[in-house]
Design a protein around this ligand. Sequence first.
Ligand SMILES: Cc1cc2nc3c(=O)[nH]c(=O)nc-3n(C[C@H](O)[C@H](O)[C@H](O)COP(=O)(O)OP(=O)(O)OC[C@H]3O[C@@H](n4cnc5c(N)ncnc54)[C@H](O)[C@@H]3O)c2cc1C
Length: 435
Amino acid sequence: MAPTSSNWSRTQRCTPTRVEQPTTEDEIVALVTAARTTGTKVKVVGARHSWSDIAMSDGVIVSLDRMQEVVEIDEQRGCVRVQAGIRLDRLNEALAAKGLALPILGSVCEQSLAGVMSTGTHGSSLVHGNIPSFVIGLRLVTGTGELVVIDEEHPLLNAARVGLGALGIITEVTIRVGPAFQLCETTEVLDFASALANMQAIARSAEYVKLWWLPHTSEVIVFRCERTSEPGEVSRLLRWVDRVIVNMLLFGLVLWLGRHWPGLIPAANGLVARTYLKPRCTVGRSDQILSLAMPPRHRETEYALPLDRAAEALSRTRALIESSGVRVNFITEVRFVKADDGWMSPASERDSCQLGAYMAQAPGIDGYFAGFEEQMKQLGGRPHWGKEFRASAKELREMYPRADAWAQKVRELDPDGVFRNPFLDRVLPAPRRRP
Ligand SMILES: Cc1cc2nc3c(=O)[nH]c(=O)nc-3n(C[C@H](O)[C@H](O)[C@H](O)COP(=O)(O)OP(=O)(O)OC[C@H]3O[C@@H](n4cnc5c(N)ncnc54)[C@H](O)[C@@H]3O)c2cc1C
């Protein structure tokens, strides 16, 4: 038996029977075929950066850490074919070397491409969809050990774009890329009320826009990124200082104090807001500007809401914090995602606001997340698959119009449930009974 393993935030744990690190597609086919014969459960994982238990299993864990190569860069078609275990930061470097870039990225780039695809990982833009919306092809080993090659015309593409690890093991991904670009990030501080009043205009005020609000403070910071021809680079040293000195040491200390003396949190948030959340302007390579240095360990829950509910959702979150008395020590983040066609994508068929409630371990966190989730469900929200949520299969079926069709595909591609884990058992809708 392999030792107990956990996710990045150390909030989910499992004890796999063994961990496999295949190096070829053939090995994966053999592994799945053998697992099916013996009734063994298999779970493929990426970087295990999900807060939900989506990547947990007490069966065999398959890691594609040894399958991270760039297979082909097709500059003519504007796409790249890579092995599915590749980390986003490695992909970014390979693309930059060829004068190319991904048009969208989330806050960090330590995850695997297959992992971000499978959970609907997103950045913040109403011009661009989430990362999986750029995927135009993949190779998938199904639960019967069959290899399915999916291209842009394949009927399974939209079911597989955000597949929750349920349809099979993705071995290769083809994703659209564009020419490399520089971004200029500017920030603006607004009072909470005017951020709410102008939310829809703010959402469309730049190619990339997001908002941060530190609970117990009265201001919101708006980050806008636009393309620029100005040169500029975020140095490795600055990145290191941000990660180690600012995030791990200083912010880590603030969080530790708040965990032991929660009464200090509002004052600490005020101090952080005054020192860090200031108007500024930074120029750099797109991936350096769109992603941030790794934050200290914390927990996250997040819902995708219809875009026009963004202000109400943020306002309800503030009301929840104030009425419950919980002291929240981390930012609340508002991001935007363009609609896409992924059946199980949280932005499926609607422009969305992604509202994230974040908090490092401190008293009241579970009640806060539960209350937040209730509010977001009332507003028509859909949970982020990689973050904490408790919504049931019944509720998820209401949220996703294609949930039944997707579950049917899962049963067809994995008839014996080789890839099932407690997460999938919980979220996958059961077949509808005939009347
Ligand atoms: C610090 C931090 C910042 C984050 N920022 C953002 C953000 O800005 N935006 C956002 O949307 N999310 C964000 N996330 C969430 C994160 O992007 C997702 O949870 C993502 O899935 C993690 O990728 P991973 O490689 O760690 O996948 P894992 O957590 O290891 O796995 C996630 C799912 O992918 C499946 N999977 C992995 N590899 C394969 C494969 N080869 N074939 C089939 N299925 C596979 C797994 O089975 C599982 O179902 C953040 C997470 C952290 C810790």
